[in-house]
Design a protein around this ligand. Structure first.
Ligand SMILES: Cc1cc2nc3c(=O)[nH]c(=O)nc-3n(C[C@H](O)[C@H](O)[C@H](O)COP(=O)(O)OP(=O)(O)OC[C@H]3O[C@@H](n4cnc5c(N)ncnc54)[C@H](O)[C@@H]3O)c2cc1C
Length: 384
């Protein structure tokens, strides 16, 4: 390696883990993180949960000293506009920064609600977004959350737990019905309503106005706070412009997080990485997997040999309930819900092998599911 060292783009979990793991294996080369974010790196999962409820302000991943000790230069408020892969440089505005190794960890950005007045709705991705949302929640008298993905469910429950009337609206009749099945979706809906939010499914938003949110069933829900949790878009534009291979808006990489261009890696939400055990690329948007992929990118960049082979998974909190999920995440043929006294397990199978498990207060099943999925063994119950 020459003196140019490593440039990481992005300070989410993938970028920070990439810089950290590179440094663990190489104490000499310069390491810089360029990030569009203005804050020190922080955890995103609490932003829709404890932070939004006002239960914590402490979401920092590391303090400034942590980066100094590791000689990782963190350059904040520095969006990389352009990559020149043949010249091996990135551009922040007109400033050229040369690299030997480039790790792209640009993550995803939230989508504005695609309706008239959509820009009136707040978004939730960054700490600055969360601070603005929490500030608005101090004075708002009622809220509408649009979109019943996990972030929408979590945020609706958190706002409701603040004591505010909240309505969660979404085109899907039940939260995540298509992704997780009807029975699981009913349970998720119950967790949202148990936290005190109202759920209105099977409706599309037609317009967001000063007065509130107008639905396609003719109803307008009056409110003075609107949050759009209507999906995210991988931030792959600079990679696409530079000619890197993109599929489904993501940067294509192997299980070592390497692109086809030597010395250029991608990890986290922006990557479409090949999974060694699944035997196919998987599009994953989970915190721990972004961290794992970043660590793999950093260690492979430092000439180590590691592969992405862990079963993807995440935890979410909707109100006071924690739901855990392990899955390849790209569909299933059959599912079976098992109720427990204070929780549930849903098993997902394809081709007689477990491909997912969703649990609430059933940690043994969550752990068992991870093993069965990794070993391509059937679910432990007959599937209907
Ligand atoms: C509110 C919320 C709650 C969540 N809760 C959970 C949860 O409970 N469990 C879970 O598993 N996952 C959760 N997630 C998802 C999880 O946070 C993401 O999967 C994870 O953050 C992805 O990490 P990443 O490093 O790939 O990208 P990100 O965390 O999105 O970080 C991307 C970084 O790149 C920077 N960037 C982008 N473009 C550029 C550029 N051109 N130049 C410089 N910098 C750039 C951004 O500023 C940012 O710093 C949640 C997400 C949100 C928003």
């Amino acid at each position: 390696m020459t003196e140019n060292g490593v440039i990481v783009v992005g300070s989410g979990p993938a970028g920070v883990a990439a810089a950290e793991s590179f440094r663990e294996h190489n104490s000499d080369a310069p390491v810089q993180i360029f990030t569009a974010d203005i804050d020190l790196p922080y955890a995103r999962p609490p932003l829709s949960k404890e932070y939004l409820r006002g239960q914590t302000d402490d979401v920092a991943l590391h303090d400034a000293q942590w980066f100094e000790i590791r000689a990782i230069e963190l350059v904040r408020g520095a969006a990389v506009d352009r990559l020149d892969l043949s010249d091996r440089a990135v551009y922040v505005g007109d400033q050229r920064h040369a690299f030997d190794i480039l790790i792209l960890a640009c993550g995803s950005a939230p989508l504005t609600a695609p309706v008239p007045g959509g820009q009136r709705a707040q978004l939730l991705r960054s700490l600055a977004d969360a601070a603005a949302l929490r500030e608005a929640a101090h004075t708002a008298s009622s809220a509408v959350v649009i979109g019943s993905g996990f972030i929408g469910c979590e945020a609706a429950a958190s706002l409701a737990l603040r004591g505010m009337p909240v309505t969660l609206v979404a085109p899907e009749p039940l939260p995540q019905e298509k992704r997780l099945g009807g029975e699981a979706a009913e349970r998720l809906r119950d967790l949202v309503t148990d936290a005190g939010a109202r759920h209105v499914g099977g409706v599309a938003v037609e317009e967001i106005t000063d007065a509130g949110v107008r639905l396609d069933n003719g109803v307008t829900i009056d409110c003075d706070l609107v949050l759009a949790a209507t999906g995210v878009e991988p931030q792959s534009r600079i990679a696409a412009d530079a000619g890197l291979q993109i599929r489904d808006s993501r940067i294509v990489v192997g299980s070592d997080m390497a692109t086809a261009t030597p010395g250029v890696y991608a990890a986290g939400d922006v990557a479409l990485a090949y999974h060694e055990v699944a035997g196919r690329p998987l599009a994953i948007e989970h915190w721990q997997d972004a961290t794992d992929q970043g660590a793999i990118a950093g260690s492979c960049a430092a000439a180590q040999h590691t592969k992405w082979d862990g079963v993807p998974g995440f935890w979410t909190s909707i109100g006071d309930a924690t739901v855990k999920y392990h899955a390849w995440g790209d569909g299933y043929q059959r599912s079976r819900m098992l109720s427990h006294p204070d929780g549930f397990t849903v098993w997902y199978e394809s081709e007689d092998a477990a491909v997912g498990v969703l649990t609430h207060n059933a940690d043994d099943d969550y752990d068992l599911g991870e093993r069965l999925i990794a070993e391509r063994r059937p679910a432990p119950v007959p599937m209907r």
